[in-house]
Design a protein around this ligand. Structure first.
Ligand SMILES: [Cu+2]
Length: 117
């Protein structure tokens, strides 16, 4: 758009629709999803800093099942077969440690922080 445009409500309600579009992009920015790959018995990245409201999606790229769970089982996935995924939305700031129930040596950590990426 070039310059400042003054619109009236008789031209199709464009200003209201611009506002709706701005709101939609604001909401989708707040609801972003970050992917954690499970491959070779490793979570990648295995340390992650995110903002509140971010969804983390674990995707199993191995050809054996994995099962993602929070250390104290605050959340727990089903057994994930190849290409299956599990998503969890983090709302509260703090550190979350998780592991694979089937292979407890597989661990990862998520830091939820206001202003986190
Ligand atoms: Cu596993």
């Amino acid at each position: 758009m070039d310059g400042v445009e003054v619109r009236t409500l008789t031209d199709g309600g464009q200003p209201a629709s611009d506002t709706a579009n701005a709101l939609t992009s604001f909401i989708s920015a707040a609801e972003k999803t970050v992917e954690v790959a499970i491959s070779n018995f490793t979570f990648t990245p295995n340390q992650l800093t995110i903002g509140p409201g971010t969804t983390v999606k674990w995707v199993n790229h191995d050809d054996i099942p994995h099962l993602v769970a929070e250390k104290a089982l605050a959340f727990k996935s089903q057994a994930l077969d190849t290409n299956d995924s599990f998503s969890f939305t983090f709302t509260k700031p703090g550190d979350v440690e998780y592991f694979c129930v089937l292979h407890p040596h597989m661990t990862g950590k998520i830091t939820v922080k206001v202003g986190g990426a």
